[in-house]
Write a new protein. Structure first.
Lengths: 264, 276
């Protein structure tokens, strides 16, 4: 496990490289804000498992998150997608990979999907990609209110109505710029590109991503390279502690490792 | 300011980010590390935000992961958890010393505050502690204020619902406590006398101690004068500054709460730097 900083067109990003050299590597694209904090341990465990199976893995913090440069408000989908491409180049260079598999989670899966058009990953494995940005913003606002209710109990100073999704401003302890919120408001099934690469989407059967991938495969005839894997879980994406759900759910790790291996 | 990666510890198994200010204004180094299971960036990325805000004021800092957490590895022969944490903190203070810090302060929430207090007792290089929701010692008034605030904040129907939920929750807590009975708590609450002895020691050494208690901790600390009610007869009670902050939560979720505590930390550190 080698922590490192690397340059992405003038933006200094933090990443961790697991494993040695191999012609195929895995790029982890984690989620946004509190969800990224929540899954950090799971990403480390996943990376350790994959690297033990011979696959080098790079996980990284996009600009404006984690230990990378930039403030919360600097993070947006446009820079995030560029950071995914830069991180992919780092992985190829450092682990001497000729091919990469991108494993994206939540909004990170969406960023990976958007970035895939600008790069050449061999395959995408996307866990619950955000395909309806406005609904995602509404869910963040609801989770934010819930977190405050949990922390304050009835002592919460006031229960204000959340601002409109395009101007959310903050969610679960992280600043959110209008740029990011506007990008998310515009993000919907119809505006998302069809996966240009072999793609596995993992989500509960009722998740919007199931309808999105179904519509794309029907419309574009991309069924041969797209697969939907139904996966139900009790993992709480935004809680600060495990709160009665596993920090590293074994079934999720097993499934993700299996899907990455299958894409190899 | 410049952020660089450092590996340190007896097996170089600890990973951290050392922030060196562009124009150093003091020889104080700030130490930031994990709270609970959260990796070194901290809840809501607070450790990064604090390190950069304090770096802009000219203060050096190190934020790092304890053994086995975040991006740090476990040593080949780990110590029992509480000892391992103290060993890690000693190495982190060494690392800040190598970077030029002559005096180290620790800012921590919850378990980080508690580990910080234990470290400050053992390590004379630690000259300041800012503890958010650390150890708290209730008085007979604490449950009264706690329940009174909650009851007066709710309507009648909500109070009945809350009473029912409390009964259910109490049963669940008892069951969980029985299930956890065998686990050793690495940050077990010291007795009131042991805590007082810690603060006496720190006061004798001139360690600057600030404590903040938030709304989330109000079951344990529920009114402004609680610290004085418990420890007011002690000479150190005049030196320790305690802020009861029922308008903020445990992990400073609203950005306004983050800004308020960051401003407080900056002002406090200016004082510590002047003393140093």
């Amino acid at each position: 496990m080698t922590p490192l900083y690397f340059d992405a067109a003038g933006r200094r990003l933090y990443g961790v490289l697991h494993g040695g050299l191999c012609d195929v590597g895995v790029l982890m694209v984690g989620p946004l804000g509190q969800e990224a904090v929540r899954v950090h341990r799971m990403l480390r465990v996943l990376s350790d498992r994959l690297s033990r199976q011979g696959l080098p893995v790079l996980r990284f913090d996009p600009f404006g998150s984690g230990d990378s440069e930039g403030t919360d408000e600097d993070l947006n989908l446009a820079t995030w997608t560029r950071d995914v491409v830069a991180a992919d180049a780092q992985l190829r260079e450092r682990a001497r990979c000729s091919a990469t598999i991108w494993l994206g989670i939540r909004l990170g899966a969406t960023a990976a999907l958007l970035a895939a058009g600008r790069s050449t990953p061999r395959a995408l494995v996307l866990w619950e990609p955000v395909v309806d940005g406005e609904a995602y913003l509404r869910s963040l606002a609801a989770d934010h209110a819930q977190a405050l209710r949990y922390s304050f109990g009835p002592l919460r100073p006031c229960d204000e109505a959340p601002p409109p999704p395009a101007h959310l401003g903050e969610a679960l302890g992280f600043g959110m710029s209008d740029t990011l919120c506007t990008e998310l408001v515009r993000l919907e099934h119809a505006t998302l590109p069809a996966p240009a690469r072999a793609c596995t989407v993992i989500a509960p059967a009722s998740h919007a991503a199931a309808r999105w991938i179904g519509a794309h495969t029907a419309a574009s005839g991309a069924a041969a390279r797209c697969r939907f894997v139904s996966f139900e879980h009790r993992f709480d994406w935004t809680s600060e502690e495990a709160l009665n759900t596993a920090l590293v759910p074994a079934d999720a790790v097993r499934l993700l490792v299996g899907e990455v291996e299958a894409s190899r | 300011m410049n952020e660089s990666l450092v590996s340190f510890g007896c097996e170089r198994h600890l990973t951290g980010v050392l922030l060196q200010p562009g124009q150093p204004s003091s020889t104080v180094g700030v130490l930031l590390f994990n709270s609970g299971v959260i990796h070194r960036v901290g809840a809501h990325r607070l450790n990064v935000k604090w390190a950069r805000a304090l770096g802009a004021d000219g203060h050096l800092s190190l934020r790092f992961d304890l053994s086995g957490q975040g991006d740090s590895l476990m040593p080949q022969r780990p110590l029992p958890r509480a000892q391992q944490v103290q060993d890690d903190l000693r190495h982190a203070v060494d690392e800040l010393g190598r970077a030029g810090a002559r005096r180290v302060v620790i800012i921590g929430i919850c378990s980080a505050a508690m580990h910080g207090l234990a470290a400050a007792q053992r390590d004379e290089r630690i000259g300041g502690l800012l503890m958010i929701d650390g150890h708290a010692y209730p008085t007979w008034r604490t449950p009264w204020y706690y329940h009174w605030r909650r009851i007066s904040a709710r309507g009648v129907a909500d109070n009945w619902r809350a009473a029912w939920r409390s009964l259910v929750a109490a049963r669940q807590v008892r069951a969980a406590e029985q299930a956890d009975a065998g686990d050793a708590d690495p940050v077990a609450q010291p007795t009131r006398e042991a805590f007082a002895e810690s603060l006496r020691l720190l006061a004798r050494r001139g360690v600057s101690v600030r404590m903040i208690y938030t709304a989330t901790w109000s079951r344990f600390y529920s009114y402004p004068a609680q610290f004085q009610d418990v420890f007011g007869a002690e000479p150190f009670a005049r030196q320790v500054e305690v802020l009861f902050a029922p308008h903020v939560d445990h992990t400073l979720t609203p950005l306004a709460a983050q800004a308020e505590v960051t401003a407080l930390a900056r002002a406090w550190l200016r004082e510590v730097a002047l003393q140093a």
